[in-house]
Write a protein that binds this ligand. Sequence first.
Ligand code: ADP
Ligand code: MG
Length: 356
Amino acid sequence: MSQVQIRGVSVHYGQHEVLQRLDLDIAKSEFIVLLGPSGCGKSTLLNAIAGLQEVSSGTIEIGGHDVTRVEPKDRGIAMVFQSYALYPRMTVRDNLSFGLKVAKVAKTEIERRVGEVARMLQIEALLDRRPAELSGGQRQRVAIGRAVVREAKVFLFDEPLSNLDAQLRADLRVEIKRLHQRLSATMIYVTHDQIEAMTLADRIAVMKDRVIQQLGTPDEIYRKPANTFVARFVGSPAMNLMPAMARAEAGGLSVEIDGKSFPVDADAKATHDQALTVGIRPEHLRVDVADNGGINGVIDVIEPMGPEKLVWIKLGDQVLCAKLDASFGQKAGDQVWLSAQSENIHVFDKQSGVRL
Ligand code: ADP
Ligand code: MG
């Protein structure tokens, strides 16, 4: 049985439809990430699960109970916001315990839980401070702690790391993953950051245009993106896309790019002469310095990244990105020849962008 079940949920703001008949089943203890660009409806969906946003149609069940019309406080959820939303006049200790006091939890039990959570999140030394006396990272730890003390069945996170600088974001990301392993609670986490999604999620729901574009494990989303939007949104630098034609030959399907033919994986289903968009990730683009039958291009710019180099290569008026080993010795202006292994060539329909 799923812990959270979303069935046909639509949300409108006036005439404007933000979510369209959305279905999503989230298992107990699962870490689900809602990933998508700003404005795609991630917060709206999270707020609908929390009961902070009314749905126009559909149902939401949590723990087997229909909570579609249930008050937020009675849904068994705890929420962490990007803006922390701490009580400014209360100490950290009071911020952590306030919700439990309101819920009339016994004093010794409150002390036990606050102590345990403070230890877990390494904020014991901060318990007597007020939010103004904390850094952003410390505030967000307290905000997470306040959700954890409630021992909710389902945790909802809305871009909790977006206000933090890069190093803190990486640290706290690991912290959240550790927390999930320890609590084995169900977590629903909203972000526009594909790295957060890939690193944290058991499954990712990629959202755009009012619907879920793809639901899958990080590995599935990376290896078999359902369409060109998902293909470009996940992975950094983004997947290279280029126009191609399908060539169905006796030996199987090939794609013709720039007059050169490359065999593709047996899974791909395209008809002869079908107009395609072909995708190759920067880490899968093979770059040769001699003509190996690949596509001819000229190095435009090289960006050293420590262990790797990002090599931007001009193909007519297109620029492709290759992620290569730091030992790659060519310079801007040098000629190169590009190819890729068949299993690393993604094939999409040109019109719809759907994976074939
Ligand atoms: P995300 O969290 O993915 O950035 P939101 O769920 O906040 O997106 O918003 C989805 C869409 O709904 C956006 O186009 C946004 O402008 C619109 N929207 C959000 N809240 C309101 C509101 N209270 N009234 C009208 N439109 C809203
Ligand atoms: Mg949002």
